[in-house]
Write a protein that binds this ligand. Sequence first.
Ligand code: MG
Ligand code: ZN
Length: 220
Amino acid sequence: MTKKRIIFCDFDGTITVNDNIVAIMKHFKPEGWDTLVDQVISKQISIREGVGRMFALLPTSMKQEVIDYAIGNVTIRAGFQELLDYCRKEAITFLVTSGGIDFFVYPVLSEFAIPKENIYCNGSDFGGDRIRITWPHACDSHCSNDCGMCKTTIIRSYPAEEYHRILIGDSVTDFEGAKLVDTVFARSHLVQMCEELGLPYDKYEDFYDVINRLEEMKVK
Ligand code: MG
Ligand code: ZN
């Protein structure tokens, strides 16, 4: 029996052209945000710690501004709707696995027909003085990366014996997942990581590239 295909698709810098967390920080420039980004990229601190501390720099009085800015500045990468259509036609399960935050991930995706239970991201709490990020999908006992939103935990719940697992991503939040799956679609930093580790990958610029490659893989 052929394996079922499943896609784990990143959000920031993948479904959207920009990285929304970086865009929010660059726009509001809370003191110290840039050091935290550098520390995450250089792996001095975990993604969870970095993202949590970055948002904690922003007062919750700015809630509406931050949300409006995040949602208003999103550009969807070309071919996304077509990829969703293709997945439906081919019975490929499509999951959004995002290291982003609920207050921009869900509104941006609301124009697409993706069931809410197929979208994984971090949460947020505006109840205190500062924005607090919550982690409903933290790492399981197999992952010591302190991801925040742990893609490998989700990927592991779809066993390799049953599923052909496909990851689409661009950056640090995709590194650990890329090591696990059968097929990696990469752009940007994820290309460099795959090169460095000698992991096979397919490069994409937009989702039409992904569709074309999935179609080729099917006939093979
Ligand atoms: Mg990304
Ligand atoms: Zn993890």
